[in-house]
Design a protein around this ligand. Structure first.
Ligand SMILES: [Ca+2]
Length: 452
């Protein structure tokens, strides 16, 4: 070996990496100059556990904020809360746990023709209905309400028309997110009913609710609120005739889908996040009739409910009980369960968000903005994240993810529970946080992603 070749072997990689760093810095600086810096602007506080933020589409620019504790508020663009709530459901929601709780007001959506018909839809957890299974926990209710014709900021409590009731064996894994699709139909996410691993004699089918087509638990449902009594079944729902499954089912194999939204641009994908058991948090693009795997798969792996912390040694199943192939998530990341320092695990629970289609941040357009609830069940330590569709599949994933770099939180960590993400009529994004893992108190806050 000559001295020269020795030197070049040592120096060439050093030179190459120094060159790469220089390029990266140059690109990074250039990119940072072009990108509008993202600030977390506190809009309102003093809530309990805010779950939904949407626009009151009456031309006033006002916002609606649903609080899990039972009240829906009207806010102006500056975040100031109207004295009179939009709708107070505290006498209709079930009694909350002293500790953690996943019940309460969980979903809110205005009818696509709200300006003309003043109809809106709410999902909330009511006490167990009289004819519900005796030892079950509560009944999740999807109801229609009318809003005053003279004042769009007041919903009429007595106008409630209950559309759908789902009995829930436990207080957790309810989901209850709703959104109208571009088809004008209402989509509702229902969790697997609670209890670890979708197993249990109280309220879980032998094969798990996610894979059982005779229960609405563990599903994405789709109904037509504009016809039928109390609603219509879309003709192309996969089990519309009711012979092989419940006609409301649109897709299945979900565990605790705390996130359901349509991309308002692109191909209007329905994006559903699914909270993992012990190993993987998922983002899924949900299609008609799709089977997303729970509880025989988690992430890209198989799932053994008797040994949930390890992937089974055999290859994951490729097809479900109906013979159709499972649909892979577009992105997974590790669930933080045991190793609290694992850098690949953002937290313990994925919180679904929205594909950004607003105007404030051109560099975010087309990215899916979401979060993870917290690194800890007891202490609020959540993160905001941005996922990007990638050109090539990486280990089966077609999206990539990185922390959403905020002006005051460059690592995306906002030091609170990321309870929910919201979106207004302009496509701008809101973050709802809770300072405690409780549905009591006044530690809930509403932030807007705003140039800063
Ligand atoms: Ca899945």
């Amino acid at each position: 070996m000559t001295r020269k070749s020795f030197r070049s072997r040592i120096l060439a990689p050093l030179f190459a990496s120094a060159f790469a760093i220089a390029l990266f810095t140059q690109n990074g600086t250039r990119a940072a100059d072009a990108e509008t810096r993202i600030g977390l602007k506190l809009l309102a506080e003093g809530f309990t556990a805010p779950t939904v933020l949407t626009s009151l589409v009456d031309g006033s620019g006002r916002l609606l904020l649903a609080d899990q504790a039972g009240v829906i508020y009207v806010l102006n663009e500056a975040g100031e809360r109207s004295e009179e709530p939009f709708l107070d459901l505290r006498s209709r929601v079930c009694k909350f746990n002293a500790g953690m709780d996943e019940r309460g007001v969980l979903g809110l959506a205005l009818h696509p023709q709200f300006r003309e018909n003043r109809k809106m839809y709410v999902v909330y957890s009511a006490p167990l209905r009289a004819d519900g299974p005796a030892d079950w926990n509560h009944t999740m209710r999807l109801s229609e309400f009318h809003v005053s014709n003279t004042d769009a900021a007041i919903a009429i409590p007595d106008s409630e028309r209950i559309l759908l009731q789902i009995d829930e064996p436990d207080w957790n894994h309810n989901s209850g997110r709703i959104a109208f699709g571009p088809d004008g139909l209402l989509y509702l996410s229902a969790g697997d009913g609670g209890a670890p691993n979708d197993v249990g004699s109280r309220g879980h089918a032998p094969e798990g609710n996610g894979q059982n087509l005779e229960t609405l638990l563990g599903k994405i449902l789709r109904i037509d609120v504009n016809r039928g009594s109390p609603y219509g079944i879309p003709a192309d729902n996969p089990y519309a005739d009711g012979k092989k499954g419940r006609p409301e089912i649109y897709a299945y194999g979900l565990r605790n889908p705390w996130g359901l939204s349509f991309d308002r641009g692109g191909s209007h994908d329905l994006i559903v996040t699914d909270v993992g058991q012990d190993r993987w948090e998922e983002i899924n693009i949900v299609v008609n009739g799709g089977n997303y795997g729970w509880r025989v798969r988690e992430g890209f792996d198989g799932f053994d409910h008797k040994n949930p912390r390890q992937a089974p040694s055999e290859a994951p199943p490729k097809t479900g009980a109906d013979g159709k192939p499972f649909i892979d998530p577009v992105l997974v990341y590790k669930t933080l369960r045991r190793n609290f320092r694992d850098p690949d695990a953002f937290g313990v629970t994925i919180t679904g968000g929205y594909v950004y289609r607003g105007k404030a941040f051109p560099h975010l357009v087309g990215k899916y903005i979401f979060g993870d609830w917290s690194r800890s069940m007891g202490l609020g330590d959540g993160i905001l994240l941005a996922a990007t569709r990638s050109e090539t599949s990486i280990a089966g994933q077609t999206w990539t993810v990185e922390p959403l770099a905020l002006t005051d939180h460059p690592d995306g960590r906002i030091k609170a529970f990321v309870w929910a993400i919201g979106e207004d009529a302009d496509g701008e994004i809101y973050i709802m946080t809770n300072g405690a893992n409780l549905v009591s108190g006044t530690r809930g806050k509403l932030y807007k992603l705003a140039p800063m």
